[in-house]
Design a protein around this ligand. Structure first.
Ligand SMILES: Cc1cc2nc3c(=O)[nH]c(=O)nc-3n(C[C@H](O)[C@H](O)[C@H](O)COP(=O)(O)OP(=O)(O)OC[C@H]3O[C@@H](n4cnc5c(N)ncnc54)[C@H](O)[C@@H]3O)c2cc1C
Length: 440
């Protein structure tokens, strides 16, 4: 078995969540030869959760995490900061799929609870806010989308509220949305602060390396040799937690696809601007419609907009594409908050998440000593944290509800190789009108 990794993440250095934190010390670049019980490729929510559980269960094991960039500064820092407890199925209620709906939401909740425990025990300052989340829509079709979602929530007995335009306007400070559903258990947070806190609080038998991309992977007589630019790890076991980059590892099967998202964050609103919104607390909105905008009013009074998605394989967006995305974010901001006419963005960035054709995750064993978990669409804070834990449980031979839920994922369905994949993905992005459809 031999993998040649042909594509690596790019850091645009412009992520507002990261740049609003104090500058961080760096983990050393891997140099020389190292032996390990476990090597984890990718230091995001999945890789960190796996390493924590495995290190706690085996204090004598040596665990090495390699990241191509700064640990945690990939999608784990660049997302919108929704720790999702309740995922929407996005379709009309179907009792045949209720068990699946409940299973996914059990995984999400297990992730949130594990994060809550660590954040509390380690006193991680990440603007953790138990404020739930809103699913809102402005077009006339939103009423049906809300009714469908509520049907699922009632069937699964998930606490929620059905909200009219007037109620939404009072709670959000914008009259833009006609209908909304609030789910109670979701958490809003500052993702870069969370992943930094998680990686800084790992047990001592975990060693982390920034800027140490796995460039080659070779199995030699049961030991895995991972080559980086300046060093090598020889490990008994390997975990692939590189998410959007999983498919760049050949012979990785063609089951997952990267999707590049962009987001912008404003400066904090002034006291006068806050008054214009009314008496509102911080909130997060997902669209009731698949292609709509994600918006947050953060605990520190900034507004975040994420409403574009592009398929660029793993090539970074060009500056002209970023400018176009920023214009779309600005339009979205002005439509919802015409009274905040002086407000502009301080930061805009891109990040890559991982999707599959059947919206399933990749979880399990690729070989006796090679494990993988990834591809959670846009719910990786809670789900990646849960799946990383479950993967460690799997490797440890444990048996629990979380692991059975993770193992119940159907495998992601096969997709054609590039360049056919590229053509199909670009057509799909146009069809779904990301950034231009209802609620964009
Ligand atoms: C703009 C945006 C908004 C999103 N919003 C949300 C949200 O609100 N809520 C939510 O839950 N999720 C959201 N997501 C998705 C979420 O960020 C991901 O699902 C989550 O980060 C997945 O975690 P992970 O650890 O599996 O992968 P990642 O966070 O992608 O981490 C993988 C790591 O692997 C590293 N890597 C890649 N190749 C190599 C290599 N060859 N060698 C070493 N390291 C490598 C990368 O540098 C990266 O750090 C969003 C994503 C984006 C981009």
């Amino acid at each position: 078995m031999q993998y040649n990794i042909d594509s690596l993440p790019h850091n645009d250095q412009t992520c507002g969540w990261i740049n609003n934190l104090p500058s961080r010390g760096s983990f050393p670049v891997l140099a020389g030869k190292h032996l390990a019980d476990w090597v984890v490729i990718g230091g995001g929510y999945t890789g960190i959760a796996f390493a924590r559980r495995m290190a706690e269960a085996n204090p004598n094991h040596k665990i090495i995490i390699l990241d191509a960039g700064a640990i945690g500064e990939g999608a784990s820092s660049r997302n919108s900061g929704f720790a999702v407890a309740t995922s929407s199925s996005g379709e009309a209620y179907n009792p045949a799929k209720l068990a699946e709906f409940k299973r996914i939401n059990r995984i999400n909740n297990a992730g949130i609870e594990s994060l809550r425990q660590i954040v509390t025990a380690q006193q991680i300052d990440c603007q953790w806010r138990d404020v739930g989340k809103f699913h809102c829509g402005a077009p006339s079709t939103s009423a049906k989308a809300a009714d469908d979602f509520i049907h699922w929530l009632e069937a699964a007995q998930i606490p929620h509220e059905d909200l009219s335009q007037a109620q939404l306007s009072k709670r959000l400070g914008t009259a833009y949305y006609r209908r909304g559903v609030w789910t109670k258990a979701d958490v809003m947070l500052q993702p870069a602060a969370l992943i930094r806190g998680l990686s800084d609080s790992l047990p001592e038998n975990v060693t982390l390396h920034d800027y140490s991309a796995a460039l080659s992977v070779e199995d030699k007589k049961g030991l895995i040799h991972i080559g980086t630019a300046k060093g090598e790890v020889i490990a008994k076991n390997m975990v692939l937690a590189s998410n959007a980059f999983l498919h760049t590892m050949t012979p990785s099967p063609s089951y997952t696809v990267p999707l590049t998202m962009t987001a912008s964050l404003t400066r904090p609103l002034t006291k006068e601007e806050q008054t214009l919104l009314g008496d509102v607390q911080d909130w997060g909105i997902l669209s009731l419609h698949g292609m709509g905008a994600t918006i947050r009013y953060t605990a520190d009074h900034r507004i975040l907009i994420r409403n574009t998605a592009a398929y660029n394989a793993v090539t970074p967006l060009r500056s002209s594409q970023m400018l176009a995305a920023q214009q779309t974010h600005l339009l979205c901001l002005r439509q919802r908050f015409p009274m905040l006419e002086e407000l502009n963005f301080e930061h805009s960035w891109q990040g890559v998440l991982c999707i599959s054709r059947n919206s399933s995750s990749l979880f399990g064993k690729l070989a006796d000593n090679i494990y993988v978990s990834g591809c959670y669409n846009a719910s990786g804070i809670s789900r990646g944290s849960a799946m990383g834990l479950a993967l460690a449980d799997y490797a440890l031979g444990d048996n629990n509800q979380l692991l059975s839920d993770a193992l119940a994922y159907p495998a992601p369905t096969w997709m054609p190789p590039r360049p056919i994949l590229d053509i199909a993905m670009k057509a799909e992005i146009m069809r779904r009108k990301y950034g231009t459809g209802p609620d964009a």
